[in-house]
Unconditional design. Sequence first.
Length: 717
Amino acid sequence: MEKSLYTGIQYLKGVGPKKAKLFNQQGIKTIEDLLYHFPRRYEDRSNLLPISLLKENEVQTIQAGVLACRERQSWKRRRFHILEAVVGDDTGKIFCVWFNQPYLKNYFKTGQKLILFGKVQRYSGRLQMNSPEFEIISEEKTDALDAGRIIPIYTVAEGMTQRYFRNILKKALDEHLSKVVEFISFEIRQRNKLLNLAKSLRDIHFPEDLKHPKEAYRRLAFEEFLLFQILVNLRKLKKKQRKGIAHSVDGELAEAFERSLPFELTQAQQRVLQEIKQDMASYLPMSRLLQGDVGSGKTIVAFFAALFAMQSGWQVAFMVPTELLAQQHYLNIKNQISKISAAGVVPEADSPAARSAFSGKNKANPINIQLITSGINKQEKNEIYNKIKQGQANLIIGTHALLEQKLEFNKLGLVIIDEQHKFGVSQRAFLPQRGANPDVLIMTATPIPRTLAITLYGDLDISVIDELPPLRKPVETRFLNEEKREEVYEFIKEQVSQGRQAYIIYPIIEESQQLDLQAASQMYKVLKKETFPDFNIGLVHGQLKTKEQGKIMSEFKRGEIDVLVATTVLEVGIDVANASVMVIEHAERFGLSQLHQLRGRIGRGEHDSYCILISQPQTEDAKRRIKAMVESSDGFRIAEEDLKIRGPGEFFGKRQHGLSELRIANPLRQLQLLKRARQEARELVSSDPRLELRQNVLLRERLHQRFPGHEKYVTVA
Ligand code: ADP
Ligand code: MG
């Protein structure tokens, strides 16, 4: 059989069906996949040293002959096999020891020449390498793969060794590299000074020196960025070709709402609102990402957007990540609506005026708002579904519960997704498909630097609220160790006596929610009985029913609870202006963005606010996170730091479309390269949207292979 790059990995010599399974586990299905499985790092074993010059406690490489070899059992542990070889060169000798690999003895016949690589140590007076890596030097074999050169180190599946993986890769390169087709045009390669593909693949695996893989790395990263950016641009183009809804953005509802606001919108809010207005008034479907720090006032902006849609006779779906947040939005919005209806703009939802308004007899549209969470029972749910289907409800707020096939909309005109990073790609894509090209507004309080955002979310338009509402005082953040806890409690007492309220947050300690709860609920008892016997203490966590959570939050909001003990359910969106203290226990267990989100729950009113992190950080990363929190309150800076600490893979997670597909490119470290690729991708897509010109055909093929689920984006109608 003639093998191609797309031949299954099991047909490579030395692999077979059993080993193929291990490769498959790592996502390596074809020979090409193998070539694109890049080294995690390199080890420079190119400097061969004479044994007499070896230094203790350093990793070094020698070339030596086997002088003797013997097996023995360990004294201490029976059935513990030790293989011991003495090897030597002209300058001296050294012991090499391997454990529980009896088969190795076949390799170490006396006189056999080896290259050995490992840490040199001194044991009871003699030099020794424990489990060194080795390469057997034979007459006919000239290139030593495992030693005597720069060695690639891979992530390999369990049950596979580095040397096996390296050998297979080498074979694959030797036999199949000639079939690799360059798909980036000569012009683009020249403009961006890129190595060609075959050379890049060889160099990245087996570089001659440590400079070589850098160029290879650059080329392969560019390639990923380019494909990704082409995809983004094609999708953008496709969106532009769809016809959406032109909402009437100037209308009574929005105007009445604006008049009813107790404050002025900030400059940033006004600017963003203007951008949203333009989008919504046009027939092009809006897809806009709204970035803004916690507390910057995104919700109001989103509500304006909802009003634009409703006053134009369309339905709005508003999805949020937690039940608590859904409930809070529901209550807030209801509250706002009652203000507008008090002003006579909106008829009461079920009044005859409202009904006639819906049938088009009255100019003003009523607002009928519905809350859908997983907590409601079947019958209630069906009733609500019915209202939505009939078009009697026009603002639907909910959690993941909105992602139900059975939930049908009558005239879905706007989808709002809050805290978008909490949802997966397919979840975000679901709601917009429930209408005919509705406008889409997604919001995030985990902002990333603008240049990066534009590039990564290239198919979205981006708005940024970069200003906090006035009179907002920055939260003072302090870091204390556990010995200071009593002082912290005293401080809470002081604040509560002045009429303020406090949060005490406990982390996820075990993966088990039951156990997590224990930290919070046990402490709740202690705090209630012993620490704050004179105050009202509340407890809220994710295991409570939605209604119960809501009840406690309302009590807290009304000031009936002084100190709220909570788990991370508080992380997003909760808004209680009178709360001025937040204590976060075991702060080292939280991610940086998460800490910042939590801190965003306070400092929402006119009072001085304090965030106290209690922690004994052990790791460097934990220390960095806490330091960043104490030093900065700027969400953009925090996010950037978080991105640096965790790296893009972790930061964006598996959920972020496209990014998790990047195997080698790092958007943070290679921003310049990303920008270049983006520029090329734009030009390509605008000059040849179908990628059908001769110089682009191969590129299109590659795009199909690399992103197989995305053909539909490539053939732009
Ligand atoms: P985000 O969702 O961006 O974290 P919110 O929309 O919850 O922020 O707003 C935080 C708080 O600030 C809310 O209580 C909101 O009513 C208030 N707020 C929003 N905009 C303004 C403004 N322009 N002036 C004063 N307060 C505002
Ligand atoms: Mg919000």
